[in-house]
Structure formats: C-alpha cells, structure tokens
Ligand binder design. Structure first.
Ligand code: KG4
Ligand code: ZN
Length: 353
C-alpha cells in the first residue's frame, strides 16, 4: 500500500479533514479544496464551453484533450486559492463515473498520480451523488434523510438520500435527460450551446401558450420521458414553417420549459409525499433554471416540504461537490480506491464499480 494503512483511524481523530476534489466528466475541468465536507476553500473551474459551442455540443475527444491541457493548472490554482499545499491535503477525490469515458480518464489519471506522489489515499466519487452533496456545502446544517432531484445534461434522477452514504434511485428518465431536452430544443431554435441557459433567458420574455405534450400524470414508478417533448417541438416548428407562420421563440421556450419542468416537479413531489420525508433537495445543471427553482419552491412548500437548491455555480459541474461527497465516504471507511482505479461511462446512483 502506498499510503498509511491506518489512515481511516487517523482521519477520525483529526479535527479537520481536507479533501482535494478533481472533476473532468464532461466539459469542465475542475478542482477544489473542501474542509470537513462542508466548507469550500476553493472552487476552480476551467470551462470548455466556448470551444464546444463551435460544434453545437460537446465533442468527446476534444473534451479529453482540453482536460489534459488544463488539469495541472486547475489543481495548482485550487490549492493556491485554498492557501494549501499538497502536503496539507488528507485525501484526493476524483469523479470516476458517470460521464464521457475519455474525459473521466484524464481526471482519474491525474488524481492517481497526485495520490501516489503525495502518499495520500485516493477516493472514487460517483458524479451524480456528488451533485447532491453540493447542497451540504451550500447549507451547512442540511442533514439526510431527504428526497433529491438531480436534473442535469446527462441525468434526471429522483433519489432517496437516507444517509450521507446511502443513495437509492427511485425514478429516472426512460430516454433523454431533462438537460438534453433543453439542449436539443435550443439547437432546433438555432440557439448556442449549452441551450439550457439560453432557453431560460428567453422563456422569461414569453408565455407558455403552446401545448407540446399531454400531461399524462405521475407514473407509479416515477419514470419520466423527454424524447416526446423534443419530437413535439420539431413537429411544431415544421408545421409553422410550412404554413409560413412566424415562430415566437420566447413562447416556444416558455412552453417547452413549463412542460419539461412541470412533469418532473409533480413527480418529485409525489415521490416526496410517498417517502414520508420532509425535505426536497435540488441538484445538477438544470437546477439553475429559474422556473424549476420557483415551481419546486412554491409547490414543494405548499405540499409541506422544506426545499433546498444550491447557488448556480454549485449546480453545474464543479469539484466542490466531488470533494464533499468523498468526505462522507472516507470518514465511513468507504470508496477508497487503488491505483488500478478505472473510469466508467455509465454509473448509476448508489452503484459502485
Ligand atoms: O450538471 P451539468 O453541468 O452537467 C452534467 O452533469 O450533465 O448540467 C449541464 C446541463 C446542460 O444540459 C445545460 O443546458 C443545463 O444543465 N442548464 C440549464 C440551465 N443552466 C444549465 N438548463 C435549464 N436552465 C438553465 N438555466
Ligand atoms: Zn454533472
């Protein structure tokens, strides 16, 4: 073993545990230092959005190459901003799935090298569980159990968080993720990548006048589907074009947003009611969406829930959430990884590979 085999016992007696987190699952190269799973000492994010915008979406190979270029500087900056050296860090945490495999491998390789060189334990982090843990940093008093909605570019998960280390997937999408629906509709409308923020901005100038899909109610297995919404928008745009009608883009954005958000909010509230829990916690890039934040707050409060959502910078991909997730694992003796750790493109909430 390249690190102290008694590390878990040592960390238990330490007053403060400093985790360096590394995240590279998609198009952000990120590193952060977090104290005791709750306190953000630095949060460095190098975004590749302007590069991928040229192609209308994330090009996996381009993402991997740019992670390689950025990762060392991003880690150095995260340590510097936290006022720490690698020597002061107790644990190196890294996202090992889910995500783009080549992109993930850059973070995993870099974390392994840092862990080996500094003789610190390496901890593997599930990206989706990481998103949820952003809330532990945002709300220092927030404690499980609660129901969480992870709404991002790759995932639409309703999760029961029983404890800091116990995540149970209750429901998910059967096809596209909610963020994917935002990005695809934005592309149809000729809006730049990533489409979610653009649609959010334009939706505020419009009215939800168009009925894209019928509300079929909440499914008993809390499953969701977003591919029909995308098709409905395609058909609507084609029909309007054929009739020579002008398209009111803000109304399309407001209508699309309402359809996409209402169904997931209704589902998560139903899941919350059936769980008997009192808190609903929002996470993931789509958690930046203003209508989603407002709708979940209002409907959730009406249904008797406390509703939590992080500030936008902790909703989209970052390494603070990864460092926080790792803290709960290490103090519980879980998810320590060896230097043969691999990356996995697909990894469900609660799953370990
Ligand atoms: O969590 P994230 O950064 O990456 C993944 O893990 O997927 O989420 C990115 C997704 C993209 O689909 C982006 O369009 C969406 O979050 N997004 C939004 C907003 N901001 C980001 N969707 C709707 N409204 C927003 N304001
Ligand atoms: Zn993410």
């Amino acid at each position: 073993m390249y690190y102290d085999p008694n590390i878990q016992e040592i960390l238990k007696t330490q007053k403060d545990v400093y985790v360096l987190g590394i995240e590279s699952s998609c198009d952000e190269t990120a590193a952060a230092v977090v104290r005791n799973g709750r306190e953000m000492l630095s949060n460095v994010i190098s975004s590749q959005i302007s590069i991928h915008r040229l192609y209308g979406g994330v090009v996996p190979e381009v993402a991997s190459r740019n992670h390689t270029l950025a990762v060392n500087d991003v880690v150095d900056e995260a340590l510097k901003k936290a006022g720490k050296t690698l020597e002061d860090i107790d644990v190196i945490a890294v996202t090992y799935g889910a995500g783009l495999i080549g992109a993930l491998l850059v973070g995993v390789s870099s974390a392994k090298a840092l862990a080996y060189a500094s003789k610190k334990p390496l901890v593997k982090v599930n990206h989706i569980e990481g998103h949820i843990c952003a809330n532990f940093v945002q709300f220092p008093d927030l404690k499980p159990p609660f129901i969480s909605l992870v709404a991002s570019g790759g995932h639409t998960n309703i999760v029961r968080v029983e404890d800091y280390n116990r995540f149970e997937l209750l429901g998910t999408t059967t096809d596209d993720a909610i963020g994917e629906a935002f990005d695809k509709v934005a592309r149809l409308l000729g809006l730049p990548y990533p489409g979610g923020p653009e649609i959010d901005r334009l939706a505020k100038q419009g009215e939800p006048t168009i009925k894209f899909v019928q509300n079929k109610g909440v499914k008993s297995d809390y499953s969701l589907s977003y591919s029909g919404l995308k098709t409905a928008v395609v058909n609507y745009l084609h029909n309007a074009q054929q009739r020579g009608e002008e398209i009111n883009v803000p109304n399309v954005c407001a209508s699309m947003t309402k359809t996409a958000v209402d169904m997931v909010v209704n589902t998560v509230i139903e899941a919350g009611k059936n769980s008997g829990l009192k808190k609903i916690v929002l996470a993931g890039g789509v958690a930046c969406n203003s209508y989603l934040r407002e709708k979940l707050s209002n409907d959730g409060k009406k249904a008797g829930f406390e509703v939590y959502y992080p500030s936008p910078v902790l909703c989209t991909d970052n390494a603070v959430m990864i460092a926080s997730r790792a803290y709960w694992s290490v103090t519980n003796g879980e998810d320590y990884a060896d230097l043969d750790l691999n990356a996995y493109g697909s990894l469900k909430v609660g799953e370990r590979k």
